[in-house]
Design a protein. Structure first.
Length: 380
């Protein structure tokens, strides 16, 4: 495991997050102590350029650090990952926009609405923006936000751009009522006729391609698909490890309470042992896939074939992790399913997170298979 400061600090964040997990679930957002620990550990500055005082870190360390936090609480890891990845995305802003965020330090928390929405009208020097954007994880602790919006451009037509707005410009609406990942606080952001200057925006097309008119750190200069899913897969990986840990503790407790062959949740002790072993192996296999994908992004040379392989790694790893945790659930025992038990929280979080659109197996598999079949068709 890399020995970066972020990965080491993530262990302490995991402990703080686990201690406040129940309160976070009840309040549907992280406890302030957890948000402070995330920023203090260096997640917000991880991808920020060194010229602004950031760590200009790599993708592998971000993956492993968020997975470590998720062993305490997946919601905290999700927000930590967002805090890091937004530092990577904000590098696409022009100099003036970057200075607005990082001019006084690199630890600024930026929230983001990835899905295009809202309405924009052109005015002198920029646009005036209105609308509602859902699912901004960690928005309650944000100092700035990037919202995705189709805007009118010179020459006619519209271009989808990310627009930077300060905390004073947006209201937060209470709309987050999920089954899992409850403490991410992924509520909605509303803008009402807010002015955004040109220098506080960048084209979505540049982010998707990993290209900008200005200089980019290595972690930003790759196609978005090479890294975006890792932001969400890391928390799933750590949560699966947390679920396995809690399952093992529950089985061990039952085993100690009875004679050998004591039955666990209506099945044999042997079944629980086999499930534990297979799940441990599948979690390790999934981690290897995600590490490989992160290494490809860190290497920077991402072509069409390697991108398809990387996206398959993301999706297959998360599919394996969800299946592994779901295997444990029927064998974990009634106490593990009780409200407030860590196992059932990890189980809900894994399944909720695995439903994210960028982690779906079928589109990744079909893209990969299509390229593989095309290559086979032209092979001598």
């Amino acid at each position: 495991m890399p020995g970066s400061a972020l990965v080491k600090a993530a262990q302490e964040v995991a402990e703080v997050a686990a201690a406040h997990a129940a309160a976070g679930e009840a309040g549907r957002r992280l406890a302030p102590e957890v948000a402070e620990a995330i920023v203090g550990a260096g997640f917000a500055r991880h991808f920020v350029p060194a010229r602004w005082g950031g760590a200009e870190g790599n993708v592998t360390d971000s993956l492993l650090a968020t997975a470590a936090v998720a062993e305490g609480d997946a919601s905290a890891a999700w927000v930590a990952s967002i805090a890091a990845s937004l530092g990577r995305m904000a590098c696409f802003l022009p100099e003036e926009g970057q200075r607005a965020i990082w001019g006084e330090g690199p630890d600024t928390f930026v929230a983001c609405a990835l899905v295009p929405g809202g309405e924009a009208r052109a005015v002198d020097g920029g646009w005036r923006i209105s609308g509602l954007w859902p699912y901004l994880s960690g928005v309650h602790f944000s100092q700035w936000a990037l919202v995705c919006c189709p805007v009118p451009v010179s020459g006619g037509g519209r271009e989808v751009r990310f627009l930077l707005v300060p905390r004073s410009a947006y209201a937060i609406e209470d709309t987050w009522f999920p089954v899992g990942m409850r403490a991410t606080g992924s509520d909605s952001l509303r803008l009402a006729d807010v002015f955004v200057p040109y220098a506080y925006s960048f084209a979505r097309a540049g982010l998707l391609a990993g290209r900008s008119d200005g200089p980019l750190p290595a972690a930003s200069a790759v196609p978005l698909k090479a890294v975006s899913a890792l932001s969400f897969a890391g928390p799933v990986l750590g949560a699966a490890k947390g679920a396995l840990r809690e399952f093992a503790a529950a089985v061990a407790a039952k085993r100690g309470a009875g004679a050998p062959g004591h039955r666990v949740s209506g099945t044999s002790e042997a079944a629980a042992e086999l499930a534990l072993a297979r799940t441990a192996g599948e979690i390790d296999a999934a981690e290897l896939l995600l590490r490989r994908a992160a290494a490809v992004a860190d290497a920077g040379a991402v072509d069409e074939r390697s991108l398809a392989r990387t996206c398959l790694d993301h999706a297959l790893a998360v599919d394996m992790l969800a299946g592994a945790v779901n295997r444990l659930s029927p064998l974990a025992g009634t106490r593990s399913q009780s409200d407030g038990a860590p196992f059932q929280r990890f189980w809900r979080d894994v399944n909720t997170a695995a439903g994210h659109t960028v982690l779906q197996f079928e589109p990744a598999a079909r893209t990969f298979a299509g390229l593989a079949l095309d290559a086979a068709a032209v092979a001598p």
